[in-house]
Design a protein around this ligand. Structure first.
Ligand SMILES: [Mg+2]
Length: 280
């Protein structure tokens, strides 16, 4: 059984800044500070740590437990209106090709698709609602499970194991995200990692985090399916069972699956022939 965990923001959808606006609203209501989210990096962190940072930016100190609960409530109350605003402004987008990818994956019996997100569970549902993608996810790990993304992913796998009534090997877990933090968390847990470059990740940090697969989005599914070990690689090497140093990255980067290498081979043969003629 393969477990595939999707991050939400920048990986499944782009909510047009709805989360940041809802959090700004909540912090302003409690501390008076406007635009608290501009003070730190939101992307790729869990909601819990974002809430703490935003409150700190407003109040100049850590929130108490009670304040965190109140901030969370205010955020969740505000989020639907902000998501709706993004939808109306046409700033709410699905990442290209993701629906087709999810439909393909969930039709398989050897795959369980889940969420691995820093969003609170309620926030995750609200953000996904307009996309209609929620139906593909039977379980997940959420920002309310832990501050740490790695633990969030492990929680998701625990839930997958319960659903599948079997134990799950870490080598069978594939994490798909859009920031270096997704990659680092996956690696920390011993899971595979793949990223979309069209999300919110910093390209340099992404490169440095060294995921097994990088692709612009999900418009070309072949590299993703080969990486997951669900489709045969025309080069004949089995992917998805271990970290393969050359090709998943090569695949995503150059869109190569081995098929287009034939042209290069042909070119080289012709060059050799030409060389023979010249040298005699
Ligand atoms: Mg993300």
């Amino acid at each position: 059984m393969k477990i595939i965990l999707f991050d939400i923001d920048g990986t499944l959808v782009k909510a047009g800044g709805a989360g940041a606006r809802a959090l700004n609203h909540a912090v302003q209501a409690m501390t008076g500070r406007k635009d608290a989210c501009s003070a730190f990096q939101l992307q790729g962190a869990t909601d819990k740590s974002n809430f703490e940072n935003a409150f700190k930016a407003g109040a100049g100190r850590k929130p108490t437990k009670k304040e965190m609960a109140s901030l969370t409530q205010k955020y969740v109350d505000r989020l639907p209106a902000e998501v709706l605003l993004s939808v109306k402004a046409k700033k709410y987008l699905k990442v290209k090709g993701v629906e087709k990818f999810l439909a393909k994956l969930s039709a398989r019996k050897d795959v369980l698709v889940g969420l691995g997100t820093g969003n609170l569970k309620e926030g995750a549902f609200i953000k996904l609602e307009p996309s209609g993608l929620m139906k593909y996810f039977a379980f997940g790990g959420f920002g309310c499970d832990s501050h740490h993304r790695c633990v969030v992913l492990q929680k998701a796998v625990e839930r997958a194991a319960k659903l599948a009534l079997t134990s799950i090997k870490s080598g069978d877990v594939f994490v798909i995200g859009d920031t270096h933090r997704d990659v680092e968390a996956a690696k920390e847990a011993g899971y595979h990692s793949g990223v979309v470059l069209d999300g919110f990740g910093d390209p340099q940090l992404l490169m440095r985090s060294n995921p097994e697969l990088m692709a612009r989005d999900f418009t070309g599914l072949k590299p993703w399916l080969i990486w997951l070990g669900l489709e045969k690689d025309p080069k004949g090497i089995k992917r998805g069972t271990y970290i393969c140093p050359d090709s998943p990255i090569e695949h995503a980067h150059y869109g190569r699956t081995g098929l287009d290498l034939r042209d290069i081979d042909r070119g080289i043969k012709e060059l050799r022939k030409a060389k023979k003629k010249i040298t005699g």
